[in-house]
Design a protein. Sequence first.
Length: 180
Amino acid sequence: MKYPQATEDVVETKTITRTIKYVDATDETTEVASPVTQTVELTRTNKRNKVTGKVTEGEWTTGNWDEKASPSVENYGPAETATVSSATVTSASTDETVVVKYPQAIEDVQESKTITRTIKYVDKANETKEVADSVTQTVELTRTNKRNKVTGEVTEGAWSTGNWDEKASPSVENYGPAET
């Protein structure tokens, strides 16, 4: 009588991981959001001959890393990669790291200043004596600065310009024409 050699199932597994890191585009060592770890466990059922110990390998299963939308991060612009695509994982796949970069956001900061000119009309012989009401003229200048929302660094813009209106000197009783 002949006996067939018996086999037994031997299940084998392996885990393949994808890590998605979210970093500052200016300094990639700075993570700006918590990383995402995606794992897939693949399995195969091998057959081992119980007499000889010889193993006949089975076929590996496949898996999938899901698509992952990149998060919004405060003080940063949109991610350079809006979505990390889904991917099929096979026995030939290896662990991988995907780096998603975020540019530092910039915001406009308005600045203004008022420049004042005061025209005084005084006695030529005694300049502390005002002979007519003084005139005050103001001009408001503005500029738009750029502030980095991460570092706080400000790059100054150019100031606008303005004009004071021409002002004729008044005639003053008991005084001759004004000298400039």
